[in-house]
Design a protein around this ligand. Structure first.
Ligand SMILES: CCCCCCCCCCCCCCCC(=O)SCCNC(=O)CCNC(=O)[C@H](O)C(C)(C)COP(=O)(O)OP(=O)(O)OC[C@H]1O[C@@H](n2cnc3c(N)ncnc32)[C@H](O)[C@@H]1OP(=O)(O)O
Ligand SMILES: O=C(CO)COP(=O)(O)O
Length: 705
């Protein structure tokens, strides 16, 4: 439970006139006092004259025979098109509309003020990057709104180009400090040079913060996504060129009690395409936003000084180069180079870790874990069972150091949360059980959208509420991932008592590697991996799961193993991994079968093929969580298997092709499957013992993988 001072800014706004709040006289603090106000008009001449853009234009002129004047005017016009403005009257008007929308749809916007104060105290002497988590469109709106509220200059924000084409809104966003970038730069060297220079100049000379979403897109699954390195690398270039003394990166976490896009995300995970950004859709969405979206929690993380981060390594001094060498650096494309690239990677993963460390947990996250797990056995989950699980998980999250907003009596909180999600789950008062509403997929205002998925109507009907719930359970999996892996390894080992610290570490590392994409687990820092392992063991000692503390650092104490086992907690932790490991094992099996007939597939085609095949597996009646149908899980598994050398990818024309390396696939399969059968057996045993007796029980069939 967090002791920090939390302020509900909506409570204050409710007692104010929006117009007077938004028209207050405003003297914001400047993230970088050495900088100046910069908009696109100031930047255009600097970018045109820059060594980088000049050299790129000269090359295009030489190689492609494009006239210099034409190139210059194309740079100017694309900059006029993509660049940001800071139009205070527009920001204030947008703010007035926002006050109304936020007040209408949210119960509270709860901000850890201490965390903002800490960040403000560290700001001022060098460039600042705001790096929020990205789970909703509401993220960037809230960020700018909070900056206004807490008197911090509005940040300049990197927005995807798709927003630019929105009628009127594209213009409005630009006036509110957004600049637009393509989602991917491909081989367009001039475009890349323009954006790199734009970002570099902002970092060097702007007095405001640069904000961007390091994940590059909203996570549909509630978990983090792998970081993108492109923008981070550009933003840190001035530091590595010695043009700025330091850069401060501020990781930020925004947690929603109910995410505006949860229905949409559930449909997208089941294979429906993302609707294109448009003002018409936005207005329609605003009209239908009549539900209660609960509270939002905002936490600013510990600011990361890039200089300090780097000085942890003795070679850092070599990484920074003399400004006078810039021209030869651009010519020879020596930035970033392998060492800087590694540092950018390390930093980017650290940002995601910090965003996750400061997550807030709400009743819905915790109860979603319990309901999702037991729904695999029965359509009715006893309220009493959910309550016990919620108490266990609350304790686990608190031991892991997370902020948990869940008071006693727990039952009351669960019932309140159920009301907020009444579209997908409800309390059956008579039986005192939690049930799901099936069939909501096509009645939730977008039947055509979900039908564009390739799955059958029946599958969609059944899978939609489960995928919806899993989006809320997923942050808990992310938070508990290290103890989940250790618990899984211990529970499913053939001879637990024979484990040494080394052999345990080996198995932990194997499953960490398998889940590295799913849970953004960094694999390139051996110290970090060891630390995570040791901390997980400590946490398990505190939770009385398997281990007791020992004075010998290299040993683990397994002497008391049976006495320590708490089967209910074990089952919950196993349940957290169940959908992922089942999905990964099935995907591997299906790939081997499919590719024995046709060895090469395009990645795109393979994803949809796999989703259809997984649907068949589910329909045969095996005990398989329906979340395995999630496109996010399928894509993550394919990426992880590629990283592990089980799949080989290559470009063929426009398509990315995939082929399995069967021997590697089989060896992973062996390690995975035997343990999975044990996992399912253990969860079932827990189900049989627990308080489900009053409910109808279905025959449990262990999934044949
Ligand atoms: C009062 C209230 C008012 C309210 C008022 C409302 C406010 C209203 C504001 C609106 C605001 C809207 C806000 C929308 C929010 C989005 O739209 S979020 C989506 C847009 N933002 C982002 O995507 C940011 C993160 N993305 C990136 O960083 C991506 O890398 C990029 C830059 C988009 C490019 O992506 P990509 O082409 O897929 O490439 P990627 O793999 O990342 O790598 C690109 C380059 O990085 C290099 N690279 C790769 N790895 C490394 C490494 N480790 N180290 C260094 N370099 C590396 C590669 O070498 C490559 O370079 P080249 O080889 O091409 O030279
Ligand atoms: O990233 C975005 C900015 O909010 C929007 O695009 P996505 O739909 O890819 O999340």
């Amino acid at each position: 439970m967090s002791l920090s001072k939390k302020n509900d800014i909506l409570e204050e706004l409710r007692n104010m006139y929006y117009v007077s709040f938004m028209s207050k006289s405003w003297n914001p603090s400047l993230p970088n006092k050495n900088g100046i106000k910069l908009t696109v008009e100031d930047l255009i001449p600097l970018i045109l004259r820059s060594v980088r853009v000049q050299l790129t234009m000269q090359k295009l002129n030489r190689v492609n025979r494009l006239p210099m004047l034409e190139l210059q005017s194309s740079v100017r016009s694309s900059l006029e098109d993509l660049g940001h403005h800071r139009n205070m009257p527009v920001i204030r008007w947008v703010g007035i509309a926002l006050c109304h929308i936020l007040k209408k749809n949210y119960k509270g916007i709860i901000v850890n003020e201490e965390s903002i104060k800490r960040v403000k105290a560290k700001m001022g002497s060098n460039p600042v990057i705001f790096a929020p988590s990205h789970r909703s469109y509401a993220d960037f709106i809230l960020m700018s709104f909070l900056c206004f509220y807490y008197d911090i200059e509005i940040p300049v924000i990197a927005a995807g180009q798709d927003f630019q084409s929105m009628w009127v809104m594209g213009r409005v966003l630009r006036e509110c400090c957004a600049f637009f970038i393509r989602r991917t730069f491909g081989g367009d060297s001039l475009y890349k040079a323009i954006i790199a220079e734009y970002v570099s100049l902002l970092i060097q000379f702007s007095h405001t913060a640069l904000e961007f979403f390091i994940e590059g897109t909203r996570s549909r699954s509630g978990k983090s996504l792998l970081p993108k390195f492109g923008l981070m690398s550009m933003a840190l270039e001035p530091y590595f060129y010695g043009k700025v003394p330091d850069v401060t990166i501020v990781p930020i976490n925004i947690t929603y009690e109910r995410c505006l896009e949860d229905s949409l995300f559930s449909r997208e995970l089941l294979g429906a395409p993302k609707p294109k950004e448009s003002t018409r859709l936005l207005l329609r969405a605003l009209q239908v936003l009549r539900e209660n979206y609960g509270r939002v929690f905002v936490e600013f993380g510990e600011p990361i000084s890039v200089k300090k981060f780097n000085s942890a390594d003795i070679q850092t001094r070599d990484l920074r180069v003399d400004l006078n060498q810039a021209s030869s650096f651009y010519k020879e494309r020596r930035y970033p180079g392998p060492q800087v690239s590694q540092r950018v990677k390390d930093l980017s993963y650290s940002v995601i870790r910090e965003q996750n460390r400061i997550m807030t947990f709400l009743p819905v996250h915790i109860m979603a874990v319990s309901v999702s797990l037991w729904l695999g056995f029965d359509d009715n989950v006893p309220l009493e069972k959910v309550e016990t699980d919620v108490k266990y998980l609350r304790n686990i999250l608190a031991v892991l150091g997370y902020s948990v907003e869940l008071k006693d009596p727990v039952e009351k909180e669960i019932i309140e949360a159920l009301k907020m999600y009444s579209r997908v789950m409800y309390l059956c008062e008579r039986e005192r059980t939690v049930k799901l509403h099936y069939g909501v997929a096509s009645t939730s205002g977008a039947s055509d959208h979900i039908r564009s998925s390739r799955l059958t109507e029946q599958t969609l009907t059944e899978a939609y509420p489960i995928v919806f719930l899993q989006i809320y359970a997923n942050p808990v999996c992310l938070a508990c991932i290290h103890i989940c892996i250790l618990n899984f390894v211990m529970c499913t080992a053939s001879k637990v008592s024979e484990y040494t610290k080394d052999s345990l570490f080996k198995d932990y590392s194997f499953f960490r590697t398998l889940l590295q994409v799913e849970f953004v687990l960094y694999m390139e820092d051996t110290n970090l991996i060891k630390n995570d392992f040791v901390n997980a063991i400590d946490h398990m000692c505190t939770l009385n799961l398997f281990f007791t503390a020992t004075t010998d650092k290299e040993a683990i104490d397994l002497s008391n193993i049976e006495a320590l086992r708490n089967r209910d907690q074990e089952a919950l932790l196993l349940g957290l991994l169940h959908p992922f490991l089942t999905g990964y094992a099935l995907i591997l099996k299906l790939i081997i079968v499919m590719t024995s007939e046709v060895p090469d597939h395009s990645e795109q085609e393979l994803r949809f093929h796999l989703q259809k095949k997984l649907e068949d597996e589910i329909s045969i009646g095996h005990f398989i969580p329906k979340y395995v149908l999630s496109m996010d899980l399928i894509i993550n598994a394919l990426t992880a298997y590629t990283m592990m050398g089980a799949l080989q990818k290559w470009q063929k024309g426009e398509s990315m092709m995939i082929r399995p390396i069967v021997s590697v696939c089989r060896s992973i399969q062996q390690d995975l499957e035997i343990r999975l059968v044990r996992l399912q057996y253990l969860i079932e045993a827990c189900y049989q013992r627990s308080s489900f007796d009053q409910c109808r029980k279905q025959k449990f069939i262990v999934c044949k993988l």
